[in-house]
Design a protein around this ligand. Structure first.
Ligand SMILES: [Zn+2]
Length: 305
């Protein structure tokens, strides 16, 4: 029998599953649509069914890891703040999974999971790093001395709500000028609408980057602003934590070196003693598989203890 684990990336639109070997090879992966506004009991029962259906009799399932778009309380492991899923109160998802699965289970915030996935698959990665995901919002996972940082309520890494312009755009959290109002995919579009003077203009962040690469002055201005705000937030965090490496992932990172070089320039501009505190800014290498692999790695760490 071959030892395997299952890593799950529970997103707002799809739930992605990966059956992963001990060495980090994804043997099979599949996804199901995230049921809209469904009670946690129903979704977890569906996940249990998927797992039971997909593991063959020649495979020994060691455990399952679930990455979720919300925070996990370190003491009770209850999940909260899953706004995309419509679950706002503390929910004991682990107990729901345990009803159908009598094996080791791990639950973790999705950005933290992606952080561990990237770190596992990159033999050159450092022990003091931050992984940043630029998508609809901005999330981050922080590793210090080779350990994930959770904070007292499990909400560490809320980089998206670091304020970069107190007089800026209103954020969904109630504050103004949070990083994700300007440097997420939606934030970049909002900056473009402001700079173009057309509030209703329909464009995507990818199209803005494409135009910037073609030297459109308007798009270049917007991309430069978004990268400067991002570099400001990253440098501030790096100053506090003395980070060695920042990894940029998420959909916006598809803009590649064009994005990375600008963020690096901005970080260098704002970083304290940048010459002494050299920090590497790099692009994520795993794309959509980072969350699955990170959860698989966390399960392997748990069962190997
Ligand atoms: Zn905010």
């Amino acid at each position: 029998m071959e030892d395997v684990v299952i890593g799950i990336d529970f997103g707002g639109t799809t739930i992605k599953f990966g059956l992963v070997t001990r060495t980090g090879h994804i043997k099979r992966q599949w996804s199901i649509a995230t049921p809209a506004k469904t009670a946690p009991e129903t979704v977890m029962a569906e996940i249990v069914q998927e797992i039971k259906r997909r593991v063959s009799s020649a495979e020994h399932l060691l455990g399952v890891g679930l990455g979720i778009p919300g925070s996990v309380r370190p003491d009770t492991l209850a999940v909260y703040d899953c706004n995309n899923l419509g679950w706002n109160k503390d929910t004991d998802i682990l107990a729901l999974l345990q009803k159908g699965l009598d094996i080791p289970l791990v639950i973790e915030n999705d950005a933290n999971a992606a952080t561990i996935g990237e770190k596992w698959q990159d033999s050159t990665s450092k022990d003091n790093l931050m992984y940043v995901t630029l998508g609809t919002g901005v999330g981050a996972g922080i590793v210090l001395n080779d350990q994930l940082v959770h904070g007292f309520a499990g909400a560490a890494g809320e980089l998206g709500h670091v304020i970069v312009d107190p007089k800026g755009f209103k954020c969904t959290c109630g504050n103004r000028g949070c990083l994700e109002t300007v440097s997420s995919a939606t934030g970049i579009v909002r900056l473009y609408q402001k700079e173009s003077g057309q509030d209703e203009v329909s464009i995507t962040a990818k199209e803005i980057f494409d135009q910037a690469k073609q030297n459109s002055p308007l798009a270049l201005n917007v991309v430069d602003q978004a990268c400067d705000y991002l570099g400001l937030a990253l440098a501030n965090v790096a100053n506090v934590l003395n980070l060695e490496e920042i990894i940029i992932g998420g959909g916006v990172a598809a803009a590649g070196e064009f994005l990375r070089a600008r963020v690096e320039r901005a970080v260098d501009k704002y970083l304290y003693f940048s010459a002494q505190n050299h920090i590497t800014i790099k692009l994520a290498s795993l794309g959509n598989d980072a969350g699955i692999l990170g959860m698989a790695k966390l399960v392997l760490q748990k069962v190997n203890k």
